[in-house]
Structures are given as C-alpha cells and as structure tokens.
Design a binder for this molecule. Structure first.
Ligand SMILES: Cc1cc2nc3c(=O)[nH]c(=O)nc-3n(C[C@H](O)[C@H](O)[C@H](O)COP(=O)(O)OP(=O)(O)OC[C@H]3O[C@@H](n4cnc5c(N)ncnc54)[C@H](O)[C@@H]3O)c2cc1C
Length: 346
C-alpha cells in the first residue's frame, strides 16, 4: 500500500474529469485522476467512441474518442497521474483537514479537496441473471479476462454477442479445450470479420455455437462450475454442456456505487451542488459533470466544462484562503504560459 499526496483527487476520467485537470493546472494545483475503467474517456469512449459530437464549442464535429484524445493532449502540460481500472471506494475526512481517498486496488491518496466527476457512476459489467450465478463469481464465472492462461485446457462457456465476446472467443480458441458460445439473439454487435472467423471455427467443428439461446441453470460446487443448461427462446432445453469456466460479456452499465456511501446529500442519483463553487453538501468535496444537479442542470459536456472552471477557482480559494486569485487569460498571461509550458512569442 502506498499513499500519494496531491492537492486534488479527481474521481472519474470522463470529459469533465479530464478538463478539471486542466482548470486546476492553470491555477497551479496538482491533481490525480482515478477511474474504475481501464481507459480514460468515460461515456465518450465507453458508449460512443466512433459517433460524432456536434456541440462542443468551436469544434464543429469530432467523435467521442477524438474529444478524449484532444483533452488528454490539452492536459499533458500538467502531468497528472492516472490510476485506471480501480474504483474509488472510500473518501473520508482527515483530522488534520483534507481527505483520505482509497481505491479498490488499495491505492491511497491524501488530498486537500476531492472532485467527483463520476458521471452516471462507475461502469460495472452487467451480471448474468441466473439463480445462484453469484456463487460462481470470481471463482469460475468471470466478467472480464484478467489472465488468459486461466482458461488453458478448460471447457469454456462464453456468453454474449458483442466485440468483447467475439474477441475472446477468437483469442481463447487456441487455449481452451472447447468453447461454447451462447448468444441471446442471432444478430451480432461485433465486427463482421470476427463473426466470420468465429463461424469458420464452428463450421470446422472446433467450437459450439447456440444462437437465440440463453442459460437456464448453472451447476457446480464450491464456486466451481461443472455444467450449464442452455435453452431456446421458448424455454426448451437445447443442451447441457460440461463447463469449467464461464465468461459473460453483456456490456457495462453505470452504477452510482460507492459514491452513495460517502455521507453526501443525494437527490435521485445525483449530487446537489451550488452553482458558484459546485461544492456538494460536504465542504471540500466538489462535483462536476453528469453526476451533479442544480436548478436548470443540463447533462451536457459543455456544462461540465464550465462547472470544472468554477470548481477550480473555489478549490484554489479553499486551499489558499489568503491568496488573491486573479483571472488571467491564457492568451496574454506569462504565468499561464509558464504553467502551460508554451512560448507564444516564439
Ligand atoms: C450515446 C451518447 C451520446 C452523447 N452525445 C452527447 C453530445 O453530443 N453532446 C454532449 O454534450 N453530451 C453527449 N452525451 C452526454 C455526455 O457523454 C456526458 O454528458 C458526459 O460524458 C459526462 O461526462 P462526465 O465526465 O461527467 O462523466 P462520464 O463520461 O460518465 O465519466 C464518468 C467516469 O467516472 C467513473 N467513475 C464513477 N464512479 C467512480 C468511482 N467510484 N471510482 C472510479 N471511477 C468512477 C466512471 O467509470 C466513468 O468513466 C452523450 C451520451 C451518450 C450516452
């Protein structure tokens, strides 16, 4: 366990969390960014990386991924450290002031302020809804592949019809003894090339495929799967297949998750904030982007950008109450140029 000390911990690496790094950096405040998913980008990358956005000021059109790539470039000068693939589980006030923040990966932070840019919550894999499935979770039923070697020589059940399911079918086909792929529909949400490769494996008798089908029952003991019963849409049994391990890829769904346990006032699934500082009901904890609410709130990226700018000024004042903070233009201020590492005069 290590403790990193910083001015501000930003929870969420969506567009608003990333822009928060920039606004804090302009005011000479250091920040780190934590996100439960393994990539920066929040909804833009998780839900619509290739879809165009048309309402980012002065950017007539860019995809979700392009927006995140641009934000990552824009915040480069501030060298914020990223802690990805780890959910923030605890935020507690410290006796000496500020907060102690802990992640599910046992990473600890001490900071003066926290900005929650948690969007709709942290993205969690959608679970397999079969009675008793929980008992197998993390032992022989998994929602992500951490170590492909785990599947060597196994009778592997893969559930899903998107890119993740198909990518892992193809990747693990050479490792597992036998793969059974079960998909609820007969249309695929994966790229055609992967679907075609998978169908070639089926035609060559190297794996089994059940379309328009789902799991009715899982059997096993002490968390270890032994078999799965597959049924069709009418509930008729199609097969009972021997299974050592199962991987389910039903996509990700956001959940407010641990944010709900930090003693903050919550309205619906959002955190009420004021519109001067974007501070939550707890002093020193701010909320920007989709996660917050106030009269007139619109869940748009540009709203989050504005909120991040004002939250940064409020945090500067909170940490350095005696310092006068003047608004400075990035165009003309030598201080801003120094912080950004630029020299506009050549
Ligand atoms: C299909 C679609 C199209 C859209 N198009 C537009 C558009 O054209 N224009 C527009 O302005 N908006 C659009 N939006 C909305 C826009 O994407 C959101 O307003 C924006 O992503 C909000 O950004 P955010 O940074 O607040 O949160 P998010 O993008 O939701 O990111 C929040 C991040 O916080 C992380 N997180 C949450 N809790 C924790 C925790 N406890 N620990 C660690 N990490 C945590 C999550 O994993 C997530 O990555 C669209 C949304 C969708 C779904």
């Amino acid at each position: 366990m290590s403790t990193v000390t910083t001015d501000v911990v930003i929870i969420g690496a969506g567009p608003c969390g990333l822009f928060q790094v920039f606004e804090l950096g302009l005011l000479d405040l250091k920040s780190v960014v934590v996100d439960s998913i393994a990539e920066a980008g929040g909804q833009c990358v998780e839900l619509y990386p290739d879809k165009p956005i048309y309402d980012i000021p002065a950017v007539p059109e860019c995809t979700g991924q392009e927006l995140i790539d641009s934000l990552m470039k824009q915040i480069e000068p501030f060298g914020a450290q990223f802690y990805l693939g780890q959910e923030v589980t605890e935020v507690t006030p410290r006796d000496e002031g500020g907060f102690h923040v802990v992640t599910a990966a046992d990473q600890h932070f001490d900071c003066q302020a926290v900005v929650i840019a948690g969007g709709l919550g942290s993205f969690q894999p959608r679970r397999l809804r079969v009675p008793g499935a929980d008992a197998f979770e993390d032992v022989s039923l998994h929602y992500r592949v951490r170590n492909p070697e785990q599947y060597d020589g196994s009778r592997l059940l893969i559930l899903g019809g998107g890119d993740s399911a198909l990518d892992w079918v193809l990747e693990l086909a050479g490792r597992a003894e036998r793969i059974t792929l079960v998909h609820r529909r007969d249309g695929w949400r994966a790229v055609d090339a992967s679907v075609n490769k998978m169908k070639d494996l089926v035609a060559a008798g190297k794996m089994d495929l059940y379309e328009n089908a789902r799991i009715q029952r899982l059997d096993g003991e002490d968390g270890k799967l032994t078999s799965a019963t597959i049924i069709n849409r009418d509930g008729e049994e199609l097969a009972q297949v021997p299974v050592d391990r199962a991987l389910a890829f039903f996509g990700l769904a956001p959940k407010l998750g641990p944010i709900a346990n930090w003693g903050l006032e919550i309205k619906g699934k959002s955190l009420p904030v004021d519109t001067e500082k974007f501070q939550t009901s707890v002093e020193g904890i701010y909320a920007v982007g989709d996660v917050n609410t106030y009269p007139g709130k619109k869940k748009l990226i540009l709203s989050g950008f504005h909120e991040a700018a004002l939250a940064a000024f409020a945090i500067k004042k909170q940490i350095f109450p005696d310092q006068k903070v003047h608004l400075q233009y990035t165009t003309t201020s030598p201080v801003m140029h120094e912080r950004l590492g630029v020299n506009p005069d050549g």
